[in-house]
Structure formats: C-alpha cells, structure tokens
Design a protein around this ligand. Structure first.
Ligand code: URA
Length: 213
C-alpha cells in the first residue's frame, strides 16, 4: 500500500474511542516529495482538528518558524505527523495504550512507507513510545541519536507484516514547551540546538546555521 492509499484509509479510521470523544475528523499527516525528515509529535489539538492538518495552532506556528529558518518548506521537504491521529478530549496527552493502538494501525506503517533518514520526535509522548523508553525523562533523551529497530505491525495479508527495520531517531522538546516558558529564547535555542545536532549527526542538510530566535 502506498502512502496516498494509507492516507485515505487512515482518514476513515474509526478504530478507537478517540474518534468519537472530542475529534471531529482524523488528522493523518502532512508530507512532501520523498522527505528525508519525519517529525513525529503527540496528537492533534483544536486547530488541527478544525483544519485536518498537523501543527496549525500556536505550537504549529513556532514549529513552522523553526523549519523555515532551517530552509525547509512544509508540504514539500518534510513529513509531519502525530503519534495519535485524533484529538484527545481537553487536549490531554494520549495514554500509552492509545498510542500503542494508533501507532500500530498507522504510524508504524507510515514510517516504513516514508522510510525517512531521520525521525525527530517532538516531545516525550512520541519519543518515549518510539524508543520504547516509557520511564526515561526528556533531560536524558533529547539531542541524542538512537538507532532503533521497529517492527511493521502484524497485519494479515500485508507482505511487510512482522518485518523489522532500523531507523535513526532523535528527540527534542515539544514546541509548546516554548509557550509554557513564556516564549523563552533559551528554550527556543535548546530545541534549535537539538534539531541541528540531530541533523548534523545523520548528515541531513539545512540551509541556515543561524540560531533560531
Ligand atoms: N501538538 C501536537 O503534538 N501535534 C500537533 O499537530 C499540534 C500540536
């Protein structure tokens, strides 16, 4: 199944209660032309639920500013997605179980299909889950590159079912951490430094070396 087919299937997902709680639609992902970088965040919020696209609200604006400063265009150069595809009520963090159910249905297939050179997790919800380190704190996870073997879900009839592949994964803070810290330049710099050092480590080019402010 190619990524477009997967998108259409995901759009119609009714597999769990999240689709019926607060969400008005499924928010699958935004992609580009064979993107090398895949950003994985937590879950759609209100603006994402309204528009059907990831990273549209206040955190999305900060994210867009950062990737623009890196010389990337959203919708062309990047794959942007969330670990769960439906907005949880009151914007709560999805439970580990919800992440597990949704990722096995969509995110893992998405990762194998996009086959990115680097996956950058924005926040603990995706970082802990994809690295299978549910108890590790952000202080320990961020800025480092991990090589992680991921398994394609066991979907009957799917020729990739159960296959394994190694991916490069890095983690940084969720952009909303900037907002919680009063738009602190120091927090922006922290995320910028994490992302650029992750990209440097895997040899993915970005066009600006200016510090993001
Ligand atoms: N926060 C997220 O984790 N994902 C989005 O798409 C928007 C805000």
């Amino acid at each position: 199944m190619n990524l477009n087919q997967l998108f259409s299937e995901c759009k119609g997902c009714k597999a769990c209660h999240l689709r019926y709680d607060a969400a008005t639609q499924v928010v699958p992902w935004e992609t580009g032309d064979n993107p090398e970088i895949m950003f994985v965040s937590e879950a759609p919020g209100m603006q994402e639920d309204k528009t059907g696209l990831p990273y549209q609200g206040a955190a999305g604006k900060l994210f867009t500013k950062m990737v623009t400063a890196l010389g990337y265009k959203r919708g062309e150069d990047l794959h942007v997605t969330n670990i769960v595809k439906c907005r949880p009520s009151k914007n709560r963090t999805p439970t580990y179980d919800e992440r597990h159910v949704c990722a096995n249905k969509w995110l893992l297939r998405e990762i194998f299909s996009v086959n990115p050179k680097i996956i950058i997790c924005l926040g603990l919800a995706s970082g802990q889950f994809l690295l299978d380190k549910p108890d590790t704190k952000m202080k320990e996870l961020h800025g480092t590159i991990y090589t992680k073997t991921l398994m394609y879900p066991n979907i009957p009839g799917d020729k990739l079912a159960g296959t394994e592949k190694r991916f490069q994964i890095g983690v940084t803070y969720h952009p909303s951490y900037i907002i919680y810290n009063g738009y602190s330049p120091a927090v922006k710099r922290l995320i910028w430094n994490d992302v650029t050092s992750i990209l440097d480590n895997v040899g993915v080019k970005y066009t600006s070396r200016n510090q993001h402010t």
